[in-house]
Design a protein around this ligand. Structure first.
Ligand code: F3S
Length: 651
């Protein structure tokens, strides 16, 4: 039986296990990526492991989430990151150089390689045939030290693309269509592999829009085969030598198949406040639009902004609508400027931002209260834009630009009919690529630091004691389904500046669900959390496990967990227990929960069914679904202690 492309790449990198869905495998990691909000902790953990240099082919530290330097804290963090990259041998991308996924795609992504990144949209380079997976920062720190990355072998799903996109339909509509069909949970435990005759009609930036937003499906990763378009792209960015032909075997067998006929797609839009609330644009036509934003790691490439620029040529945006373009990388900014498109868009009324995540996480360009913002981003979770009652829609650059011109949501096909001379600008790899700008990327050879520089806002990493025999505590918070990592550890500017100062950052834990939670947790000396389905969906941020750990949370009872967050719970010594719906309904906030078994023993010996006793009154069964390795990590009090013990033993 032939292999899928995913299986081929994993097979080439396999160090432990077998490629059977659900089985834990260990793989060798070729490249790692970190960004500024997760990177500080990654390097502090790397330091705590007492290793000398990074061991991967490429390690890259980007500064993109917090580039606005409101006071010394972000600047201190960036200086620390530069010093860590210099000391340990990583590439350092300076603030303003762009969003990690865009800059990584331009500079390092290569077919057939494996990549691990401490950001949830790490799978973006799948558009170039790289198998890239988002993970917690600690996993990234361990991979940088040459350690394997462990993951349950995902199911590989064939997404067969037929036909070609019609006018005004885009790559964004491909992924929105999948979200419409499958929901934000549809990809959990899966890798989406794109095949079929429709693939060759999509350029690399279009493919990376799709692989980027596979994360919103909950997918472990998404990947395309390579072809002439990949070769052409790598040539354009000045790395033709990185091209390699990678594809599945003709007789590859997939776990499942989804067919998308590109020719049947139309402009789509995700309504507030979930990326899977997808409807045809025509269904929401006429909604007034206050703000339009083009950018982010999903649609921030030069090829994403160019169509908007062409649509705006010799026109003006509506007077009641604000339009901001935030390029995904300085390369995109530079090319737009060199080709005169920046001036063209400015003349049309567009404001430009530096290349940054910025507004995607509520850092700048916060929408007005009770207003509508149309964005080309990948997420529209409530409150993410920086204001609680936001109304953020997600769409393609073409739909966003049409709305800026009209002042309301409009299907670009209808706007084209109305204006008479508006043409679908298409999507092309520009003729005048400038490759990549090197001045903002400091290679290990050019490093300017050889010692760590720690400012006052950078603290040590807290460690947890080994798991005790007895575990009991009060349920400090009962939460509904789909609690995101944004709920658990918010990422807005007021909070993110404390990402390397865990005691301070912990004061914001779950305050979006209950303002008094952190105080209660400290007063109570810790306890347990209770949640519905899909607990911890969203980003890979490990602070969402680290801060609860700091507050003394020993276990989370949930109906189900998001994959990366569950891994982070193991890594920080918090026991993730799955319960059924009836048990969830019957437990109330404030109830006391005792694990009846010797929990340390149960974890170490592989026991799956764990008896819990509620209010010393009734009992239920919870499930601990964990690999042998995850159990060892949990019992040792978390991964840092666990790995450190291994290194110490090796010495
Ligand atoms: Fe940045 Fe938003 Fe992407 S925070 S990495 S632009 S999802």
């Amino acid at each position: 039986m032939g292999q899928t492309l995913t299986e081929k790449i994993l097979d080439d990198h396999l160090v432990e296990g077998e490629l059977e869905p659900g089985e834990e495998i260990g793989i060798e990691v070729d490249q790692v990526l970190t960004q500024d909000t997760t990177g500080t902790l990654v390097w502090l953990q790397f330091e705590a492991l007492e290793l000398d240099d990074v061991q991967t082919e490429v390690a890259a530290q980007y500064c993109d989430h917090q580039t606005y330097q409101f006071d010394f804290k972000n600047t201190d963090d960036h200086r620390f990151l530069r010093s860590a990259a210099g000391k340990f041998g990583a590439h350092f991308s300076r603030p303003g150089n762009g969003i990690c996924h865009n800059v990584h795609k331009e500079n390092f992504a290569a077919p057939g390689k494996t990549m691990l990144g401490s950001d949830s949209h790490t799978p973006t380079p799948g558009g170039l045939g790289e198998l890239a997976i988002g993970a917690g920062g600690l996993d990234v720190a361990v991979a940088m030290g040459g350690g394997a990355y462990y993951i349950d072998m995902p199911e590989v799903v064939n997404v067969r693309l037929e036909g070609e996109l019609p006018e005004w339909a885009t790559a964004k509509d491909v992924i929105l269509e999948l979200l419409r069909r499958l929901s934000v949970k549809g990809g959990v435990g899966k890798i989406f592999e794109y095949t079929g005759p429709g693939v060759e009609s999509l350029s690399v930036p279009e493919r990376t829009t799709i692989t980027n937003m596979g994360t919103e499906l909950g997918a472990t990763s998404s990947i395309f085969p390579t072809d002439e378009k990949t070769e052409e792209y790598l040539e354009a960015v000045g790395r033709p030598e990185d091209y390699e032909a990678v594809a599945p075997d003709e007789d590859a067998e997939y776990h499942d198949e989804i067919v998308v006929d590109l020719s049947e797609l139309e402009p789509l839009i995700a309504e507030p406040s979930m990326p899977d609330n997808v409807v045809p644009v025509s269904e929401v036509e006429g909604t007034d639009v206050d703000q339009v934003m083009i950018g982010s790691c999903t649609n921030g490439a030069y090829e994403d902004i160019l169509p908007a620029a062409k649509m705006l040529e010799d026109r003006e945006i509506n007077k009641t609508t604000e339009m901001i373009v935030a390029p995904g990388s300085k390369q995109a900014s530079e090319m737009l400027a060199r080709e005169g498109w920046t001036a063209e868009m400015m003349a049309a009324g567009v404001n430009f931002s530096e290349a940054t995540c910025g507004a995607c996480i509520g850092n700048g360009h916060v929408p007005a209260s009770d207003s509508v913002s149309l964005r080309t981003f990948n997420r529209n979770f409530e409150g993410r834009s920086g204001i609680e009652d936001d109304s953020v829609y997600l769409c393609s650059p073409e739909v966003a630009t049409a709305a800026a011109l009209k002042g309301e949501i409009v299907d670009p096909r209808d706007l084209a009919d109305e204006l008479g001379d508006l043409e679908d600008p298409g999507f092309e790899l520009g003729d005048n690529y400038v490759g990549v700008s090197s001045s903002d990327l400091i290679t290990p050879d050019e490093a300017v630091d050889d010692e760590l520089i720690k400012g006052p806002n950078i603290g040590d990493v807290p460690l947890k004691d080994p798991l005790p025999a007895d575990l009991e505590g009060d349920v400090l918070l009962k939460m509904p389904d789909n609690i995101t990592t944004d709920h658990i550890s918010p990422a807005n500017a007021d909070v993110l500046m404390y990402r390397s100062n865990i005691p301070k950052l912990s004061e914001f834990t779950l305050t979006r669900v209950d303002e008094t939670f952190p105080e209660r947790a400290l007063e109570n000396d810790g306890g347990l959390l209770l949640a519905g389905e899909n607990y911890g969906q969203g980003s890979s941020r490990e602070h969402a496990a680290l801060c609860p750990m700091y507050l003394g949370i020993d276990a989370v009872l949930a109906q189900s967990f998001a994959r990366i967050h569950k891994a982070n719970l193991f890594n920080f010594g918090i026991v993730p227990l799955t319960i059924d719906e009836d048990t969830y309904e019957d437990i109330d906030q404030g109830d006391s929960v005792e694990i009846v078994d010797d929990v340390a023993e149960a974890v170490r010996t592989g026991q799956e069914d764990i008896t819990i006793r509620i209010n010393d009154d009734w009992e239920a069964t919870a499930n601990l679904d964990a690999s042998e390795r995850e159990r060892e990590i949990l019992a040792d009090g978390g991964k840092l202690t666990h790995v450190k013990q291994q290194y110490d033993a090796d010495d």
